[in-house]
Design a protein around this ligand. Structure first.
Ligand SMILES: [Zn+2]
Length: 229
């Protein structure tokens, strides 16, 4: 529509042409078939290869980062941000939060958010508890830390499968519209499986997106959980 208006009004045309490219990349998951791929536990030595694959396919995903690993590889976290991926909190040292006292849970989240902010300039908007270990107490501390608790709708169980063909087969079997898929960029087989997974999802009409996009940019409130109980 804009282009038609542009034909008539040359001056506006120039402005719209400059403003359009970034906006045009936003995916409206209410209209098209979306799936969110999420990668936990990085940045790892395998993450750069994954970022290369995503860049080649012009896709954005969500990374749940471990604070300790961010401190080891800040440049990789920075690259994620630069290339438009969503960055979230996965605790400082992959702690099982349900076994920690409240203050330690808070420290795990706070220390990680600070490490991510230092590396990327951005404060994470969500967290995922390692092992999916959450309860009402963990969620209440997450609320205090200002982040919602984001789990997944489908797990690839890639850490058990290891083999790239098995991982690709599993992910493609569980793919569904508006799914949030759990993967790990510390698993080499997952990174190796991505080209096949991405090309097959594309053939099936999926748009690979971030968690925020699949949730229509309406994240749960701080301390709330996705999927809800
Ligand atoms: Zn994890």
């Amino acid at each position: 529509m804009w282009r038609r208006i542009c034909v008539a009004v040359t001056a506006i045309c120039v402005l719209v042409a400059v403003a359009t490219p970034a906006e045009a990349k936003t995916v409206d998951c209410a209209r098209v078939k979306c799936i969110a791929l999420t990668f936990d536990d990085g940045p790892s030595p395998h993450t750069v290869k994954l970022l290369d694959t995503l860049k080649k396919n012009r896709l954005k995903v969500t990374f749940f980062l471990v604070g300790r690993e961010v401190q080891k590889r800040p440049a990789v976290a920075r690259r994620m941000r630069r290339e438009g991926h969503e960055i979230a909190n996965h605790t400082f040292d992959h702690a099982r939060l349900t076994e920690l006292p409240d203050q330690k849970i808070f420290d795990q989240l706070d220390k990680t958010s600070k490490a991510i902010r230092k590396a990327t300039g951005v404060r994470p908007k969500m967290m995922r508890p390692p092992f999916g270990a959450t309860d009402e107490r963990v969620e209440s501390v997450a609320g205090f830390a200002g982040v919602p608790v984001i789990l997944w709708t489908d797990s690839s169980r890639d850490w058990e499968l290891r083999d790239k063909k098995a991982i690709a087969k599993k992910v493609l079997r569980l793919a569904r519209r508006d799914g949030v898929v759990l993967l790990h960029d510390i698993v080499p087989g997952t990174v190796a499986a991505m080209p096949l997974i991405l090309s097959t999802l594309k053939k099936r009409g999926y748009h690979v997106v971030t968690v925020s996009e699949v949730l229509r940019n309406r994240l749960p409130d701080a301390g709330e959980r996705f999927p809800s109980r």
